[in-house]
Design a protein around this ligand. Structure first.
Ligand SMILES: [Zn+2]
Length: 436
């Protein structure tokens, strides 16, 4: 197990070269720029900001798109490269064979999750020995006893954090993979493909980036977000999602003389919550089970506020959950004799399966390609949403492909270089796929 600490780009080049000469790595030969590209991206802090009112939510994403991604998109051979006011960097690789008539898009997000992203110092561990990986000097370790997924990666090259930040493999690995696939296709015109559209967007982690996605401009038959976890993940089912905001109006009087007069807003909130099914909470559900999740509860005797998110896979069950909340609020208002409980429900996104099951071509192709590459497709519902949940409902069916990340959104995040290479293989396979 070798530890390589990269601090500058030039050092990265140096180590990559030394390594190549010493170990004759096949991987570096096939996609020689993939690792360096990924390391360059993750070192840029592109954390999004939920409290921002701008698009993108942070200037660092604008700068990353314009100063890092767009020049490189041109360098790897994309044409008609431009930056949209919605924060998306877009480019096209034209078809090189007229018999490929499908236009396929690939989308990844450039922001990183709500965790420290300042001064990211990735560690590269060559030929992982299966043991405990110390995360820099932080005192934190990546330990197979805590993270069983590590067992899968013995012998591979892992990229980890130094324990003080997240890594940002979610979703810089997706960007690096798409960029590398385009670079490879540009250098290998013997691989025939149709038109490919690439989109790198902002603010996925705060759930708003895809809201302003321009589907008409992107103009493809279908697309994939490359934004998933382990090797083989292929996802086309997400939650349907809504948010619920509640206010509870109390009546405050001196507790000594409160009998039959006081209405405690906090007690109303508790009563409301207790009428929701106890088993339908995130900590008690898995697989296809939906839930109500109490996110926030604050208040005084006078007034209280509660925020929930509602999640389900099935449309009927999703609608029923919203109806249940309305019924409880109505019933309580009736019993109180006045409108003391105010409920506002807002749909956030819908299960993309409703769109994709109408034409399963993107799934059929991705599955066939993975199988031809000896990658076992893992088709499971996402207990969350993706940019694809929204983009699919804008008319472009957009399932999600693995990008390789593990333990995303925190200091234990890591990714395997070999999985990233397999993602590049998969992208190239998809665009060059032809029905037999
Ligand atoms: Zn992501």
């Amino acid at each position: 197990m070798t530890f390589l600490f990269f601090s500058t780009l030039s050092e990265t080049y140096q180590y990559a070269k030394i390594d190549l000469n010493q170990n004759e790595r096949r991987d570096f030969m096939k996609y020689p720029n993939l690792l360096e590209r990924f390391l360059t991206y993750v070192k840029v802090n592109t954390r999004s900001d939920e409290t921002s009112t701008t698009t993108p939510s942070t200037q660092s994403q604008v700068d990353f798109a314009n100063n890092v991604l767009i020049p490189e998109m041109k360098r790897v051979g994309l044409e008609n490269v431009y930056y949209l006011p919605n924060g998306f960097a877009i480019g096209t690789l034209p078809a090189n064979d007229p018999s490929f008539t499908r236009k396929i898009g690939f989308i990844s997000h450039m922001d990183t999750a709500d965790f420290n992203a300042k001064n990211i110092q990735p560690q590269v561990i060559e030929n992982y020995d299966g043991g405990v990986i110390p995360l820099g000097q932080s005192g934190f370790n990546l330990d197979p006893a805590d993270f069983a997924s590590l067992h899968k990666y013995k012998g591979q090259t892992l990229i980890t954090t130094d324990g003080t930040t997240l890594l940002g493999a979610d979703d810089k690995s997706g960007i690096a993979e798409i960029m590398t696939a385009i670079e490879y296709l540009s250098a290998h015109p013997e691989i025939k493909h149709g038109e490919i559209r690439v989109g790198f967007g902002p603010d996925e982690e705060i759930g708003v980036g895809a809201d302003k996605f321009d589907a008409e401009d992107f103009n493809v038959d279908f697309a994939y977000t490359v934004d998933g976890g382990p090797l083989g993940e292929l996802q086309y089912e997400t939650f349907s999602a809504a948010g619920a905001e509640l206010t509870f109006q109390g009546r405050n009087v001196h507790p000594g003389t409160a009998k039959d007069q006081m209405i405690n807003a906090l007690q109303l909130a508790i009563d409301f919550h207790n009428q929701l099914p106890e088993a339908d909470r995130p900590e008690k559900t898995e697989g296809y089970q939906g839930f109500y999740h109490l996110m926030n509860l604050t208040g005084t005797v006078e007034e209280a506020q509660a925020s929930y998110i509602i999640r389900d896979f099935e449309t009927n069950a999703f609608e029923n959950r919203k109806a249940t909340m309305r019924t409880i609020a109505d019933k309580m208002n009736q019993e109180l004799g006045s409108e003391r409980i105010n409920l506002t429900l807002k749909d956030q996104y819908y299960n993309m399966k409703q769109v994709i099951e109408k034409d399963m071509t993107p799934i059929t192709i991705a599955k066939a390609v993975m199988e031809s590459l000896d990658i076992q497709p893992i088709i499971e519902p996402i207990r969350g949403g993706t940019d694809g949940s929204k983009i699919s409902f804008m008319g472009i069916p957009t399932p999600n492909l693995f990008a390789g990340g593990e333990n995303m959104h925190g200091r234990f995040e890591y990714v395997s270089l070999e999985t990233m290479e397999r993602a590049v293989d998969t992208i190239i396979g998809i665009v060059s796929y032809q029905e037999k």
